[in-house]
Design a protein around this ligand. Structure first.
Ligand code: PBG
Length: 331
């Protein structure tokens, strides 16, 4: 019920800071954040990523310290992405199944450094391991094969779970992969390993800096439109989410974030399940570019963006601004 002016003046409750705080409907906390970290070969290595200013790849010996920082800031989970060296990439991405790959080393390093004080999310998709940069196995004309890829993804997920991953996050958009991974995890003694499905992942122009970070941008020919969703579609996102939940996803993700707030809201209202959004690399880079160009203040731009994602219905947000935002929120 809304009354009429002047008995009702909506500005009344906005008059003072204390009153705005009292009437605030949504809140952001460090516990809403998942911090993506890029891992690289070597030791003592920090490699800044030019298209992702302020973000670096870290060698395994330094990654535990990043995770410790995150835990100290109250960030409950980190997400890992490897930059696999070119000579370990192949047509079939077999390095994804190597128990000694960069990802597995990083998971163990974080476990050694932090014990169970932080969750470790690992991405399931072949693009950091393939010589062609696609997320799956390809046929003679470059089409990404669904069922053969699912078999490989199951192997990749089991490899990550064996290394100690807490959340398996399939980002590949193959049909049927959540169910296949869930059943394999159950059978192999990983009943408590969660699946956060990238359920509604769009074929977006906002992933460029990420592909630089994992080293797949220069390798990728063509696009990912035969498996990632058409940005024009919303109903289809609900079908994707319904299927992934039926197959055993514990939580679902919408990706990218800010351009898809309507999808976050629709998924939350329809399914009443934990929904996460990935505020992706291009979104991060746009804010940083705006700050560098004097268009806005980083602090305000980041907080407004993350709060908007919460307001839309997110349980949490994957963002490269996680450490920055957590520091602000803790200040
Ligand atoms: C790969 C993957 C991508 C991202 C997360 N996992 C890129 C892609 O699909 O090409 C994007 C994340 C970002 O842009 O920050 N399966």
């Amino acid at each position: 019920m809304t009354g009429t002016y002047p008995a009702t003046r909506l500005r009344r409750t906005r008059t003072a800071q204390w009153s705005r705080a009292l009437h605030r409907e949504n809140h952001l906390s460090p516990s809403d954040l998942i911090w993506p970290l890029f891992v690289t070969e070597g030791s003592g290595v920090e490699e800044p990523i030019p298209t992702l200013p302020g973000v670096s790849r870290w060698s395994v010996d330094l990654i535990g310290k990043r995770a410790k920082e995150a835990a100290a800031l109250g960030i409950p989970c980190v997400a890992l992405f490897p930059n696999t060296q070119p000579d370990r990439r192949s047509e079939d991405g077999a390095e994804a199944l190597n128990p000694d790959n960069l990802m597995c080393h990083a998971v163990r390093a974080i476990r050694d450094a932090c014990g169970n004080d932080i969750g470790v999310l690992t991405d399931v998709a072949l693009d950091p391991y393939t010589s062609h940069g696609q997320d799956g196995l390809i046929d003679a004309v470059g089409y990404v094969l669904n069922d053969a890829t699912v078999d490989a993804l199951v192997g990749q997920a089991l490899n990550q779970a064996a290394a100690g991953a807490d959340i398996i996050a399939p980002s590949d958009m193959m049909d049927g992969r959540v169910g296949a991974i869930r059943m394999a995890l159950e059978r192999q003694g990983h009943a408590n390993v969660q699946i956060m499905s990238y359920a509604a992942k769009y074929a977006s122009a906002f992933y460029g800096p990420f592909r630089d970070a994992v080293g797949s941008r220069g390798l990728l020919k063509g696009d990912k439109k035969t498996y990632q969703m058409d940005p024009a579609n919303a109903e289809e996102a609900l079908r994707e989410v319904a299927m992934d939940l039926a197959e055993g996803a514990d939580s679902v993700m919408v990706k990218p974030g800010l351009p898809y707030l309507d999808i976050v809201r629709a998924v939350k209202q329809r399914f009443e399940v934990p929904v996460f959004a990935y505020h992706v690399s291009g979104e991060y880079a746009m804010i940083e570019a705006a700050v560098a160009a004097g268009i806005g203040e980083r602090e305000a731009l980041v907080m407004e963006t993350l709060l908007a994602l919460k307001r839309a219905g997110c349980s949490g947000i994957l963002t490269y601004h996680a450490d920055f935002a957590a520091r602000l929120l803790n200040a």
